[in-house]
Ligand binder design. Structure first.
Ligand code: HEM
Length: 468
């Protein structure tokens, strides 16, 4: 078989076939949930998708329907429905709109893969992301954070958005490839930026039809995907042909075997590597930029955080370091609250493979189904004053008191984020190391959201550094 680059590779034949989209005429005589039907709907959806979904829920309830590009979409917002889509009925869905386009960059990496290939890879990749292994990355995360912020001087104004993006990129790249990527860092970062920007600018179905057009917007998407594929393939092939063995994450992926001796091919390692870089830096960088924006608005937390930092970071190098970091109460509460209000993955699109029910409501085969962290995390039945930043709500057993599916920043089920512990650890380290040395203050208004494939803050988010 010719090993085509992801951008032009066909959808793997092992995946379940994509069901036919449902048009209005297919649904005559069938009962579907109510929802907005106005002629400006597509425009409203495009302009502010999270806001559109939230107001649809407020008006029509936990299960709503609407048409985009003439195709039926269902929004499923109650915790019960979220749990059904992501866990108890997950096998009745495949990933939905946007993911075919993402596959052009990430090939058959975990994020975009479908069964049966997905579970095979997931089993192979689980162990390097187990908390026992993640802990060994804590010292690298701390060292890179220190190096990165050591150039910030008192009174400097730093572009926090790009700074957090560069730092989380360096961390994931170092842990994945060690020094192998140094020469290509700028190229990879630039190509990643273009790919992320263009993967899911819109959730309108059918955008991938235009990817072959000779229009700069689409052409650049193609070249970014190909550049990333070339760099990752080259590094993997060099390791294999030169017999280089390293104990970084790529080394672990190259060696990983199932109990019956199965391994990932070079091409699969390359796709997984790109998947880990892409999913492993922008998400965490966004949360951190939002965290420091909220701290700037709520400066009372800085001194408490600095105390927590002194206590926890002094244990660096000790065996319990990662555990202590993950348990740091105020940092954890702030991180949780920011992932509630600004979930980096704010919507998870799926396609129903068969007729089924969600929360007792009939959903037809072929429907696009959207669960949304943004909407469900702001449900006033579970979160009092849902739009207010209140880290204290997370103290004690609050998270345990929530029904399943009410809070799911990392998703759930077999498609749950592989890097959740990695992100939690990295996030804690960066917040605490910054709080130990300084406070940061926004020099302009609180950032506006710019929801793309992730829930980004708009612009560079400039902040003034005040060293302690
Ligand atoms: C705060 C940071 C992060 C958040 C909020 C987050 C969130 C998510 C969510 C919601 C999913 C599921 C998407 C879906 O159901 O369609 C996901 C999947 C994934 N994430 Fe993360 N993520 C974060 C950081 C990371 C990091 C640091 C890594 C790796 C180093 C990572 C690797 C992955 C992978 C590989 C998947 C696909 C898992 C699978 O389908 O088996 N993520 N992430």
């Amino acid at each position: 078989m010719v090993d085509l680059a992801p951008f032009v590779a066909p959808r793997p034949a092992e995946y379940a076939p994509i069901p036919k989209p449902l048009k209005r005429r297919d649904l005559r005589g069938r009962s579907i949930p109510s929802g907005p039907r106005n002629p400006l709907l597509t425009l409203q959806f495009q302009k502010d998708t999270p806001g559109f979904l939230r107001s649809a829920r407020d008006r029509y309830g936990d299960c709503v329907s609407f048409y985009l590009g003439g195709q039926l979409f269902i929004g499923a917002f109650s915790p019960e429905m979220v749990n059904e889509v992501t866990v108890s009925k997950q096998h009745q869905f495949i990933k939905g709109v946007g993911f075919d386009r993402m596959r052009k960059v990430l090939g058959t990496g975990l994020l975009t893969n479908e069964e049966p290939i997905h579970l095979r890879h997931r089993r192979l990749m689980q162990s390097p992301f187990h908390i026992s292994k993640i802990s060994s990355y804590a010292d690298t995360m701390l060292a890179l954070t220190r190096k990165h912020i050591s150039t910030w001087r008192d009174g400097d104004v730093v572009a926090l958005g790009p700074e957090m993006m560069a730092l989380t990129f360096d961390i994931v790249a170092d842990i994945l490839f060690g020094t192998d990527i140094s020469a290509d860092t700028t190229k990879v970062q630039r190509a990643m930026h273009i790919a992320i920007d263009r993967i899911e600018r819109t959730m309108l179905p059918g955008l991938d039809r235009f990817d072959h057009l000779n229009i700069p917007y689409f052409r650049k998407f193609g070249s970014a995907a190909n550049e990333l594929h070339e760099v990752a393939t080259r590094i993997v092939n060099e390791r294999i042909t030169q017999g280089i063995k390293r104990d970084d994450l790529m080394g672990v992926l190259l060696e990983a075997t199932t109990p019956d001796g199965e391994k990932l091919s070079a091409r699969e390692v390359s796709d997984e590597t790109l998947t880990l870089i892409l999913s492993g830096h922008e998400t965490t960088a966004n949360v951190l930029t939002w965290v420091f924006s909220y701290l700037s608005e709520n400066p009372k937390y800085w001194s408490e955080l600095a105390k927590e930092a002194d206590l926890v970071l002094s244990k660096s190098g000790e065996e319990t370091f990662a555990k202590d970091l993950l348990a740091a109460p105020l940092t954890s509460a702030i991180f949780n609250e920011v992932m509630r209000l600004c979930p980096p993955v704010w919507v998870a699109p799926r396609r129903a493979l068969e007729d089924l029910t969600l929360g007792g409501v009939a959903i037809p085969k072929g429907a696009h189904v959207l669960v949304s962290q943004y909407v469900t995390h702001r449900d006033e039945r579970y979160f009092v004053e849902p739009d207010t930043f209140k880290p204290e709500r997370w103290f004690g057993d609050f998270e345990k008191s929530l029904p399943r599916g009410a809070y799911f920043p990392f998703g759930a089920g077999t498609r749950k984020c592989l890097g959740d512990q990695f992100a939690l650890l990295e996030g804690r380290i960066i917040i605490l190391e910054i709080a130990r040395r300084m406070s940061l203050t926004l020099t302009s208004a609180f950032p506006q959201p710019q929801p793309r494939a992730t829930y980004r803050p708009k612009g560079a988010v400039p902040m003034r550094v005040s060293l302690i």
